[in-house]
Design a protein around this ligand. Structure first.
Ligand code: DX5
Ligand code: ZN
Length: 220
């Protein structure tokens, strides 16, 4: 199981401290970005500061932002950009601009920047909506909580979406986000998901980070 520590912070010092705690322990860090519009909560990052930071580990951006705020994040050195299916306005301004085409354009723009692409899907969204894009995606992020905050309870129904993606022979990464811990990691691994992003279960005890991560990593 790939474990991506979820970093949802309000200030740069906490950001820096958390990255330094997990670099060397994981492949990839999951950085949560919120605009206070697409979700109620917000995070503040300066793109230049993120780019000049000495990461020492790859990172993906989980963009919980409205459509018009997505593109600027392509200017970061993130390995992977994950945008929300629900953030793309379903009612485009012109007839030629249908919803599907908008999503495809965005996927292409991310690819042009030589980044991997993921789509995130909220709990109330049917997974079938993203089937038309599966061949172009490196990753699907399945939310098992309402996006906005860490520390919420895992929703097992989210795993039904993993099974549907497996049935469609999706061969990218299926990542689960929200409420993941030692109690539900077996069910997540059995469903066929290959990655989890985890905040509370990793950060709960900063003296045992390595242990907490490896307990989740050993599952497959
Ligand atoms: C929520 C974020 C999650 C969150 C996970 O909007 O996308 O990544 O930080 O936190 P836990 O693991 O505590 O549910
Ligand atoms: Zn997230």
């Amino acid at each position: 199981m790939q474990v991506y520590p979820s970093v949802l912070v309000k200030d740069f010092e906490e950001f820096e401290a958390k990255i330094n705690l997990v670099k060397g322990l994981v492949d990839t860090v999951h950085l949560d970005i919120m605009d206070g519009v697409f979700v109620e909560n917000s995070t503040i990052y300066d793109i230049d500061k993120i780019n000049s930071f000495d990461w020492g580990v790859d990172y993906e951006l989980h963009l919980m932002v409205k459509e018009s705020e997505i593109e600027k994040w392509l200017n970061t050195n993130a390995k992977r950009i994950i945008f929300h299916y629900e953030a793309i306005n379903q009612k485009p301004k012109t007839k030629n601009q249908n919803h599907k085409a908008k999503i495809k354009n965005l996927i292409n723009k991310i690819r042009e920047r030589k980044k991997e692409v993921g789509i995130a899907v909220n709990m109330e969204t049917d997974i079938e909506n993203i089937f038309p894009f599966l061949n172009e995606l490196d990753l699907v992020l399945i939310m098992s909580i309402k996006p906005g905050w860490s520390g919420q309870k895992f929703t097992p129904e989210a795993l039904e979406k993993v099974k549907k993606l497996r049935d469609k022979k999706f061969n990218g990464i299926i990542e689960i986000d929200g409420g993941v811990n030692e109690e539900n990691i077996d069910a997540i691994a059995n469903s066929g998901a290959g990655a989890v992003s985890v905040a509370s279960a990793i950060w709960k005890d900063k003296s045992k980070i390595k242990d907490q991560i490896s307990k989740l990593q050993i599952k497959n």
